[in-house]
Design a protein around this ligand. Structure first.
Ligand SMILES: [Zn+2]
Length: 400
């Protein structure tokens, strides 16, 4: 297979924010973000899209349909990365949308509904502690409290936006409504497709998520002078807590629990800690089960006499994809002899914010070894192209 335009664009964009170890760090409202925006703007123009940036910094390429008053078809993904991430997460879905438009034009297709290819701002949320700022802005879900969130250097989201020439006070102008449907292609970030030898995953739903910062309190003391008996060491309590929550998650067919960050206080080798804080990221497409887990944890804490404080950081309900769009994606795969499989998404995606606004269609392509959010993230050029072609056919069906 000769190098496709999609592959070329993926590699070019993948140079922006590239670290010496080969990973990519492209945080929102930074110089790298600005450079990426410029590049994407160029690709959109090359596909003859009319490009503009909304008040939140979403990059939008518009192909006006012959019935411009009809609700538009949205298609896109994000172009920021986690710290030390890879070059496919998000970026593939956006660049594939642009490439799909270019090919549709080449075929002489003229959409009836307007097509909007969207590069969503800040999906990953590594900078301000919560993500999907762009897609939430389009769905009218960003609050004043969100805008006051600060990064590590004390810069608020609002100030970061202003410094990038954006308009946090005008976020309401980002809202798009009504929308005909929202389509997103994304890498799987898991191993199901690879293990089943499939090029396409047809996503039936995106898992709901609850994220907390949790504090467990104990009793501080001298590490040498305090006997083991009678200690209330919060690190030990935390270990028991983590074992229990991960066991509960593992006992369900579709639930995952992750403790990604732990801090001990005061954090010295010769002091029994006073308290510990850590993050809990709990997900399932079976949303009620998330609450079952939390209730069981409360019971576990009472039984074990633990003092535990929960600070809610983020809560995202599960989002189901549209059955009709799933069926269409399946038909496209069959027609093109692309091996496919139905799947669910454990990871959150921009598309989920549209759950109360319009039908959602989501397609996955394989991630080698399931790797994502690391530099080894890889999807073959053939699979990227197949994903793009499914997206192209969906765009055609939905916009005509
Ligand atoms: Zn992503």
């Amino acid at each position: 297979m000769s190098e496709t335009i999609l592959w070329k664009h993926l590699n070019e964009l993948g140079q922006i924010g590239r670290e010496t170890d080969g990973s990519i760090t492209r945080f929102p409202f930074t110089h790298e973000d600005f450079l990426a925006e410029k590049k994407i703007w160029q690709y959109m123009e090359e596909a003859a899209l009319q490009v503009f940036r909304d008040a939140a910094g979403n990059l939008i390429g518009k192909w006006e349909g012959s019935a411009p008053d009809e609700p538009p078809v949205l298609c896109g993904s994000h172009y920021d990365t986690v710290r030390n991430g890879g070059m496919f997460d998000g970026t593939l879905g956006l660049l594939a949308g642009i490439e799909a438009v270019r090919l549709l034009r080449q075929e002489g297709f003229q959409p009836r509904r307007t097509i909007l290819i969207v590069g969503f701002k800040d999906e990953e949320g590594n900078r301000f502690g919560f993500g999907m700022i762009g897609s939430k802005s389009i769905c009218g879900m960003v609050s004043a409290k969100d805008l006051s969130a600060k990064d590590q250097n004390g810069i608020s989201l609002s100030d970061a936006m202003i410094q990038s020439g954006l308009y946090p006070e005008k976020l309401k102008t980002c809202i798009l409504s009504p929308i005909h449907c929202m389509l997103e292609l994304h890498i799987e970030q898991g191993k199901v497709l690879e293990e089943n030898g499939c090029s396409i995953g047809i996503v039936s739903g995106i898992a709901g998520l609850i994220r907390y910062t949790i504090t467990i309190c104990g009793t501080s003391g001298h590490s040498g002078a305090t006997p083991m008996h009678g200690r209330k060491d919060p690190v030990v309590l935390m270990s028991q807590w983590i074992m229990h929550v991960t066991k509960l998650a593992a006992s369900h067919k579709n639930c995952v629990a992750t403790i990604g960050s732990i801090h001990t206080f005061p954090g010295e080798c010769n002091i029994i800690c006073d308290h510990v804080t850590f993050t809990l990221d709990l997900r399932s497409t079976d949303e009620p089960y998330l609450y079952t887990v939390l209730n069981e944890m409360k019971q576990f804490e009472t039984e074990n006499n633990m003092t535990v404080h929960y600070q809610l950081e983020q809560k995202l309900p599960a989002a189901l994809c549209d059955e009709n769009l799933c069926q269409k994606a399946e038909d496209i795969c069959k027609k093109n002899h692309f091996p496919f499989i139905p799947c669910v998404s454990g990871a959150g995606h921009d598309a989920m914010n549209f759950r109360n606004h319009c039908p959602i269609g989501m397609v996955f392509v394989p991630s080698r070894n399931g790797y994502s959010h690391r530099k080894e993230e890889y999807t073959s050029p053939e699979d990227c192209q197949k994903g793009m072609l499914v997206l192209k056919e969906l765009l055609k069906l939905e916009s005509c």
